[in-house]
Design a protein around this ligand. Structure first.
Ligand code: HEM
Length: 211
């Protein structure tokens, strides 16, 4: 808390932090939804998945995109992470207040913090395994998703919760869209991406067991 106060004494700095948090958050949601559609190409067959992955390499989109995503990921963790109560006393106070206030928005925020911290750990492991197991091919992905299906299931659920509510909260906060229609749209996209993700996980799991 002291460090937080020291760092953000200047309200202008607070605005810049908020803007970086917003921009990196929106970029990561865009990446996550696109990346899930890419993984879901396995539903069209191994050849389509591998052809897409080769094309991303041939046009240097993977070699330029991945370092940018990792940088954006780190900037988001640093800016959004400054709100995470690090001391147990603070966490206890916030949890007690959330129970007392009981408002949906309060609990959405509490779980946004919890899922954010969990994604930081899990997605770092995931990115490390994908990059060190280069290149991306259906057979190697299926192997990983068969052996560690539970890891991907947890990451999928946490990632889609964090992305869906994250973009909803940011757009409401900046007053860009009315709450109700925005709620419907983000829930609909999240449901579609979750369905694609679960279907892809199942196909990869089956494929991983067969190879
Ligand atoms: C450098 C960035 C990333 C790359 C290159 C990447 C690549 C991949 C690849 C190739 C797969 C297929 C399985 C595998 O090979 O392990 C996959 C699956 C997955 N990735 Fe990523 N990923 C990246 C970042 C992220 C991040 C930040 C998240 C955060 C939530 C994430 C969430 C997932 C999930 C949930 C799956 C499982 C998909 C499913 O259930 O169908 N990925 N990713």
């Amino acid at each position: 808390m002291q460090a937080h106060k020291l760092v953000t004494r200047n309200p202008r700095a607070e605005l810049y932090y908020d803007l970086v948090e917003l921009l990196t958050g929106v970029m990561l949601v865009g990446f996550l939804w696109t990346h899930m559609i890419f993984v879901a190409t396995i539903l069209l067959g191994i050849d389509v998945f591998d052809a897409l992955s080769r094309a991303l390499d041939d046009y240097y989109l993977s070699y330029t995109g991945i370092p940018i995503i990792i940088l954006v990921f780190i900037m988001h963790v640093l800016t959004a992470g400054r709100r995470i109560p690090t001391r147990y006393q603070e966490q206890k106070v916030i949890w007690r207040h959330a129970k007392m206030l009981g408002g949906t928005d309060t609990w959405i925020w509490v779980f946004q913090v919890i899922t954010g911290a969990a994604i930081f750990a899990l997605a770092s492991i995931h990115m490390w395994t994908v990059i060190t197991g280069w290149p991306i091919r259906a057979v190697t992905s299926a192997d990983r998703m068969h052996a560690f299906w539970w890891f991907y299931l947890v990451l999928l659920l946490l990632g889609e919760y964090h992305a869906g509510f994250g973009i909803y909260r940011q757009f409401v906060k900046w007053g860009w869209f009315p709450r109700k229609p925005l709620g419907y749209v983000t829930k609909m996209i999240t449901a579609i991406i979750l369905t694609l993700g679960l279907a892809a996980l199942w196909v990869m799991y089956k494929l991983g067991g067969a190879v």
